[in-house]
Structures are given as C-alpha cells and as structure tokens.
Design a binder for this molecule. Structure first.
Ligand SMILES: Nc1ncnc2c1ncn2[C@@H]1O[C@H](COP(=O)(O)OP(=O)(O)O)[C@@H](O)[C@H]1O
Ligand SMILES: [Mg+2]
Length: 257
C-alpha cells in the first residue's frame, strides 16, 4: 500500500485488533524501520537517512497506545517539560510551554506535581498527549487516543484533533471505532491482516466496505440505515452527515407532492 498524509488533514487508521495499526503508526516516526518499502517525512527518506532521528521524532509526535510506556519522569510537570527543556527552553518560557501543552490536552492543573504513573487511565492519556504537544510537532500520531476516556473526554479529544488540524498539523489517529473515523476524518485508511484495504474520503471508504466487508469492522448504524433505504429504491449518499440526509429526504418529499 502507499499512503500520503498531508499537513492540515486528519487521517484515521482503522482495523481489527492485530491488523497492524500500531505497527504502521510506529513507522511514521521511525520507531520501527520497514524491512521493505520506505517512509518519507517532508522529503526525507527515514529508511535511508537515519542521521537525525531526534529531529524527526520532534517533527512527528507519537502518542503510544499504552501511555505509561512513554513515561519516565517523577512528576507530570517534568514529563511534559522534558522535550522543551532538552532544546534549551528555561524559566518562564518553559512554564508557559508546559502549561499551554497541559491545557490543550485537557489535563487537570492540580495534577502537575503528581507522579504520572499514579493518575487515572484517562489522565495518563492526557499526560502522554501533553508531553508530545510540548514538542510542538508538525505531525501528531495518536494510537487509540480515545481508549479509556468517557464520552465527554472523547468529544474533547476529537475537538482538539480538529483544532490542531485546522492549525496546519497533520493528525493521524488510530482507532477501531469506524463510526468516529468516518464522521471526523478527512481520509480513512482501513487495514486488514497487515495490508491496506482502502484509503480515501469517508464516503468512498464506506462505499467500499459496504461491497467488501472487513472482518471486525461493523458498518455504523446510520450508514446501515442509509443502505437499507437504498435497497428500497431511495438513492442517498453513504455519509455520516445526518443533516444533509434530512435535507435530501425533505427535497424528495417536496418533489413527490
Ligand atoms: N505489515 C506487517 N508486517 C509484519 N508484521 C506485521 C504487519 N502488521 C502487523 N504485524 C504484526 O502483527 C502484530 C499485531 O499488530 P499491531 O500493530 O499491534 O496491531 P493493532 O494495533 O492493529 O492491534 C504485531 O506483532 C506486528 O508485528
Ligand atoms: Mg494497536
């Protein structure tokens, strides 16, 4: 498969457990190097030119599926401060950088002096996200970022990813939630058994999956409803956009009378 992810877009990678989502995500910042094929970031082939891996990892921020795998500091503040401190940010500037990253990630400010391993699953995920945001990456790769969050946390995270995309970052989220992927991304990549099945805009991907179901990926209820209407001769696009469907149905009703 060949996949291009632009700055300013939000791409979702979906697939069944074991389909290779995390493996692919870890190639994007050269944590894994492919045995064949290549990964190019802003024109640099990381498989050939591995000199500046630190620079690359600052450019492509990866938030792990299991956030505690990336923790090593004694306090959440130190965890978030690590990267900017490393390239010389000090004093007030460092505090501002840490606070801004924590705020973006929705982290409770009262937790800053706590041990990152000691907070809840949802807060750990926010610490991991803040510690990557403090690097001010150009691309952000999030491996199952909504796992362990409640409904409100999921909404906030989707809003944050959308904001970062609008600011010009390339954002990649790994998820097994096809419904959220179709509703919230510009493009969706579907993986099955380590191979790319389809990559495209949500409607194209839904059309493909309707004709070629992938094991473990269930068509969301709204798209199933549209497919049911189509079987009854009502021609509608396979979109997640409920209001556009309502408008189309209203138009059809007007034409019928
Ligand atoms: N394209 C691939 N080539 C080789 N091994 C793969 C490939 N995709 C996945 N794997 C292997 O499959 C296993 C599960 O993949 P993983 O990336 O953890 O899946 P997911 O995150 O979708 O659950 C891992 O052991 C990984 O090494
Ligand atoms: Mg995974």
């Amino acid at each position: 498969m060949s996949v291009t992810i632009e700055r300013g877009e939000l791409v979702s990678i979906v697939g069944h457990t074991g389909s290779g989502k995390s493996t692919l995500a870890q190639h994007l910042n050269a944590l894994l190097i492919p045995q064949s094929g290549s990964v190019t970031v802003d024109g640099t082939d990381v498989t050939k030119d591995a000199k500046d891996l630190r620079g690359l990892r600052r450019k492509v921020g990866l938030v792990f599926q299991y956030p505690e795998q990336q923790f090593f500091a004694d306090t959440i503040r130190d965890e978030i401060a690590f990267a900017p401190q490393n390239w010389g940010v000090r004093g007030r500037d460092l505090d501002d950088c840490v606070d801004a990253a924590a705020r973006s990630a929705g982290l409770d400010p009262s937790l800053m002096e706590m041990n990152p391993f000691a907070v809840s699953g949802g807060q750990k995920r926010r610490v991991a996200l803040a510690s990557v945001l403090s690097m001010k990456p150009d691309y952000l790769v999030l491996d199952e970022p909504t796992a362990g969050l409640d409904a409100q946390g999921i909404r906030e995270l989707i809003r944050l990813m959308t904001e970062l995309r609008a600011k010009g970052l390339g954002v990649v989220q790994v998820t097994h939630d096809l419904e959220s992927a179709l509703a919230n991304s510009g493009r969706v990549l579907v993986l099955e058994n380590g191979l790319g099945v389809v990559y495209g805009e949500p409607e194209q991907v839904a059309e493909h999956l309707l004709l070629n179901p992938v094991e473990g990926l269930v068509m969301p209820p709204f798209q199933r409803f549209i497919a049911g209407l189509r079987e009854r001769g009502i021609d509608l696009p396979l979109t997640s956009d409920i209001s556009s469907i309502i408008d189309k149905l209203e138009e059809m009703r007007r034409c019928a009378f």
